[in-house]
Design a protein around this ligand. Sequence first.
Ligand SMILES: *[C@@H]1O[C@H](CO)[C@@H](O)[C@H](O)[C@H]1NC(C)=O
Ligand SMILES: *[C@@H]1O[C@H](CO)[C@@H](O)[C@H](O)[C@H]1NC(C)=O
Ligand SMILES: *[C@@H]1O[C@H](CO)[C@@H](O)[C@H](O)[C@H]1NC(C)=O
Ligand SMILES: *[C@@H]1O[C@H](CO)[C@@H](O)[C@H](O)[C@H]1NC(C)=O
Ligand SMILES: *[C@@H]1O[C@H](CO)[C@@H](O)[C@H](O)[C@H]1NC(C)=O
Ligand SMILES: *[C@@H]1O[C@H](CO)[C@@H](O)[C@H](O)[C@H]1NC(C)=O
Ligand SMILES: *[C@@H]1O[C@H](CO)[C@@H](O)[C@H](O)[C@H]1NC(C)=O
Ligand SMILES: *[C@@H]1O[C@H](CO)[C@@H](O)[C@H](O)[C@H]1NC(C)=O
Ligand SMILES: *[C@@H]1O[C@H](CO)[C@@H](O)[C@H](O)[C@H]1NC(C)=O
Ligand SMILES: *[C@@H]1O[C@H](CO)[C@@H](O)[C@H](O)[C@H]1NC(C)=O
Ligand SMILES: *[C@@H]1O[C@H](CO)[C@@H](O)[C@H](O)[C@H]1NC(C)=O
Ligand SMILES: *[C@@H]1O[C@H](CO)[C@@H](O)[C@H](O)[C@H]1NC(C)=O
Length: 784
Amino acid sequence: MKVSNSFVALSALSLAAGGLAASNSSSISALLSNGYVQLDGASSDAYDKAKAFVATLNNTEKITIITGGSLTGDHAWTALNTKDGVSGINYQFYVSGFTMANALTMSWNRDLIKSQFKAVGDEFYKMGYNLIDGPEPGPLGRVPYGGRTPETFSVDPYLSGIAMGEAISGMNSAGVIAGGRHFLLNEQETNRSSGTSDTTSAVYSSNAGDKTIQELYAWPFADGVKAGMMAVMCAMTRVNDTLSCEHNNLLSGVLKKNMGFPGLVFPDVNSQSTSYGSANAGLDFGSSSLWTDTILEAGIANGSFTQDRLDDMAVRNVLGYYYVGLDDGKQPDLAGTTEYRDVRGNHGKLIRKVAGESLVLLKNSNVSGLGLPLNKPRTISLFGAHAGPCMAGPNQAFSVQGTTSDVYQGHLASGTGSGQLSLPYLMTPFQSITSRAIEDNSMIWWLMNDTYTSTTDGFGGGGGMGGGFGGNSSGPPGISKRAVNLGSLGQGTALTPSFANYAENSVVCLVFLNSYSGEGGDRSELSDDDQDTMVTTVAANCNNTIVVVNTAGPRVLDAWVENDNVTAVLYSGLLGQESGRAIADVLYGDVNPSGKLTHTIAKNASDYPNPICTTADCDFSEGVFIDYRYFDDQNVSVRYPFGHGLSYTTFDYGDVTVSVKNKTALASTYPTGEVVPGGQADLWDEVLSVKTTIRNTGDLKGAEVAQLYVSFPEEAAQPTRILRGFQKVTISPGSKATVKFSLRRRDISYWDAKAQKWAIASGDYEFTTGSSSRDLRGSAKLTI
Ligand SMILES: *[C@@H]1O[C@H](CO)[C@@H](O)[C@H](O)[C@H]1NC(C)=O
Ligand SMILES: *[C@@H]1O[C@H](CO)[C@@H](O)[C@H](O)[C@H]1NC(C)=O
Ligand SMILES: *[C@@H]1O[C@H](CO)[C@@H](O)[C@H](O)[C@H]1NC(C)=O
Ligand SMILES: *[C@@H]1O[C@H](CO)[C@@H](O)[C@H](O)[C@H]1NC(C)=O
Ligand SMILES: *[C@@H]1O[C@H](CO)[C@@H](O)[C@H](O)[C@H]1NC(C)=O
Ligand SMILES: *[C@@H]1O[C@H](CO)[C@@H](O)[C@H](O)[C@H]1NC(C)=O
Ligand SMILES: *[C@@H]1O[C@H](CO)[C@@H](O)[C@H](O)[C@H]1NC(C)=O
Ligand SMILES: *[C@@H]1O[C@H](CO)[C@@H](O)[C@H](O)[C@H]1NC(C)=O
Ligand SMILES: *[C@@H]1O[C@H](CO)[C@@H](O)[C@H](O)[C@H]1NC(C)=O
Ligand SMILES: *[C@@H]1O[C@H](CO)[C@@H](O)[C@H](O)[C@H]1NC(C)=O
Ligand SMILES: *[C@@H]1O[C@H](CO)[C@@H](O)[C@H](O)[C@H]1NC(C)=O
Ligand SMILES: *[C@@H]1O[C@H](CO)[C@@H](O)[C@H](O)[C@H]1NC(C)=O
C-alpha cells in the first residue's frame, strides 16, 4: 500500500473523507465560518470572541499569532507557550511527578484520571504555560516495543478514548489548552528521524486504510474533540508517504471535517516542510520562517493560499484561549524552568492514591501465610536495583534520542524523553517497606545486585561483621543453615551476599523489576534475562517470592510466573514520585488492589503480532487486529489477558440484560445529526444499555472493574469481541451492586469505508460482561 499524496493548492481541496453534506463548501477554511461545524454554548461564545478579535487584526498581526509571537498595544496577545508533559511538566523545578498515563489508565477510574489531569493542568497554569503538549492517545500501542508507551493510555481505543475525554476535561478545567498528540499513526520511535538527532522528520511511512484509522487510531482523538480539545499536535510520521502535518485528508478530512475539530493543529518537531502545502492541508500554527509575511502575502496574491484560510488559522489559534478562559488576564507570567513557585498543593496525596489504584495484582496465592497482603513478616529480603534508589537520581537525565538499556539500575518511576517527569523526590519501595518494618518489628535485608562480594563495595558494613560462615550451606555440623545465619554470635545480621542465600533466609522475598523506554528509542526486549534469572534464583530458595514489576509497556513474565514459589505478582506502569509508598500500600493491604491490565501479557514476545518496522513503508496490514483483538481472533493462548486483575476479595457476576434506549435511532443505518465537535452529534447519543449485578463474595471491601465486550454481526468486520464499556464499583463484603453500561451510537457502529460514515450493521449482537477479556461471566443477545 503506497499512495502518493502531492501537496495541493486550494482549488484541489476536495475532501475524500468527507461524506457529509458534500454540497456544502469543500473549503476547509469555511468549516467554522459557514457553520458546518455546529458550535454551542462555551465553544460558540469562544468562537464569537475569537472572530471579533481576529477582525481587529491586520495580516502581519495574524501571522505573528500563528507563528507563536506575542502582540502588544491595542491588540495585545500572549504567545502560545507550548510545553511538554503528559503526567507533569517536563524539565521544570518544584513541580510534581505524577503517575505516568500508562499506569494511571490501569486504574480504569474515570474520576481519578480527570483529577490527575486537572492537577497536572493546575501546575502548568501556575507556571505560566498556556498550551500543553499532551495528553497522548497516540501511539496507541500497535508495537509492544514502542518507546513512548509510558506516556500513553492503552492499546484499546475505547479505553484510551474514555481516558482522553477525561484528560481533556481535566486540563481544560485548569484553564490551560490541552494539545492532544500525536496525530496520527506515530506508533514507533525507530526511524522516526534519519539521523541521531531530530533534525529531519520520519524516514518511514505508516500506511493504513480508512477503517483502521477511524476505528482504532483516530477514535480516542474524537473523544478529546467531544470533550473540548482545542489543540492537536500532528506527528513526525509520514502517512501514505505524506507528512502528517501536511496531510490534507488527515487534518482537514478526518480531524476537522469528520470529527468537527474547531481548534488549532500545531506541528511536532521538524514536521512542517512547506509553506502553502502545510497551511492548505490544515496546519494552523507553524514555522515563522516558512510562514513569513512575504511568503503568505505572495500566496494570497497568486492563489497559492487564501485570505480566508489565514483568517481561519488565526481564529483557530485564539479560540482555545477564550474557551478555557485565558482571556481573563489572570494567568501568572511564564516561569523560568528553575524558578521557585508553590504550585504543588497536596498533589502528592493524589499521586499516592492514583498509583495505588493503578497496581494490578496478576497472581496471588490462596495458601494461608503465603502471598499478599503481607502480615507482619518476621524477615523480608528486597531484591533488585528497582527496590531502591539509583546511585544518583531521582531517575537520570535520560536521552531523548534512544536509550542504552531496557533495565534501569534503580527504582524507576518515569519514562524518558519529552514525557519524562520532573520528580521533586522519589519514594522507593526500600524506604516505604523499611517504614513498615519499623512498625511491624520485621527484619529487612536487601541485595540490589549480586555482583557485590564481601570484599568489594564496602560490603559488610552496617548490618554486622559480615562474611563469616553466613551463607555456607554446610555450616558447622548440627546447626541448620537457618540457625547459623540468623543466630550465631559474631555475625550481626550479615549474610554472604547472594540471591540464593538471602532468599533462603527470608520468610518473604520481594523481587523488584522494571523496564524502561521513552521518546526516541524503542525497547529492544520485552523481558530481560538477568532480571528473570534473579527471580528464578530467588524463587528456587524461597517459597514466598513476590514479584513487583513496573514497566514501560508489556512485560513478558513466563520465565518464572508459573513457579509455585512465586506466590504473588504486582504489575503496573511507571508510578511517579509516590511509587514506593503506593507499592507498600498494596503489599501490606492498606489498599486493596483494583487495577486491571490495559494490554495483554503474552506468553512469549514473539506471540505479539507487530514487531518494530524497519522498512521505509510500514503497512498496518493487520488492520484493527492488535493486542487482544488479534489474540482472540487467532485463538492464541496468552499469559494474562487484557482486562485481567485480581483483588484481595472476590466477586460474582449476575445475569446480563440489554435494553434498547432509542428505537428510532437504531432504525437508521447512518447517523443523521449535524456535525458538532466530536463528529455527528447523534454518534454520542445513548442507544442501548446493558445491566448486570456484582456481588462481593469475599471478606474485604474492594473494587471491581466490570467490563463489557460487544460481538458484532459479520457485516461490521470486527474482532471476536471488543471493549465497549466498563464500570468500577466499590462493594462491601456480602453486598451487591448494579452496574449499568451505556452504549452510544458510535459504540455499536463500524466505519463504512464506502459510504465514509459510521454505520450500524444489521444482525445479531452479543453483549458479554467480564472480569477480563477472557474471564467472561454472562451475556445477552440482541438483534438489530
Ligand atoms: C452549508 O452549511 C450552512 C451551515 O450549516 C447552511 O446554512 C447552508 O445551507 C449549507 N449550504 C449548503 C449548500 O448545503
Ligand atoms: C499592522 O498593525 C501593526 C500594529 O498596529 C502595525 O504596526 C503595522 O504597521 C500594521 N501592518 C500593516 C501592514 O498594516
Ligand atoms: C491511505 O491509503 C489508503 C489506501 O489507499 C486509503 O484507504 C487511506 O484513506 C489513506 N489514508 C489517508 C489518511 O489518507
Ligand atoms: C506564488 O508565489 C509564490 C511565492 O513567490 C511561489 O512560490 C509560487 O510558486 C507562486 N504560485 C503560483 C501558482 O504562481
Ligand atoms: C487455591 O487455588 C488452587 C489453584 O487455583 C485451587 O485448585 C484450590 O482449590 C484453591 N484453594 C482454595 C482453598 O481456595
Ligand atoms: C563451609 O563450611 C564448611 C564447614 O565449616 C567448610 O568446610 C567449607 O569450606 C565452607 N565452605 C565455604 C564455601 O566457605
Ligand atoms: C547487576 O548490575 C549489572 C551492571 O549494572 C547489570 O548488568 C546486571 O543486569 C544487574 N543485575 C540485575 C539482576 O539486574
Ligand atoms: C520452593 O522453595 C523451596 C524452599 O522454600 C525449595 O526447596 C523448592 O525447591 C522451591 N521450589 C521450586 C519449584 O523452586
Ligand atoms: C515455606 O518455607 C518456610 C521456611 O523454609 C517453611 O517454614 C514453611 O513451612 C513453608 N511454607 C509452605 C506453605 O510450604
Ligand atoms: C519464544 O519464541 C521464540 C521464537 O518463536 C522461540 O525461539 C522461543 O523458544 C520461545 N520461548 C519460549 C519460552 O517458548
Ligand atoms: C530503520 O532502522 C533500522 C535500524 O536502525 C535500519 O537498519 C534501517 O535501515 C532503517 N530503515 C530505513 C528505511 O531507514
Ligand atoms: C432518538 O434518536 C433520534 C435519531 O437519532 C433522535 O432524533 C431522538 O431525539 C432520539 N430520542 C431520544 C429520546 O433521545
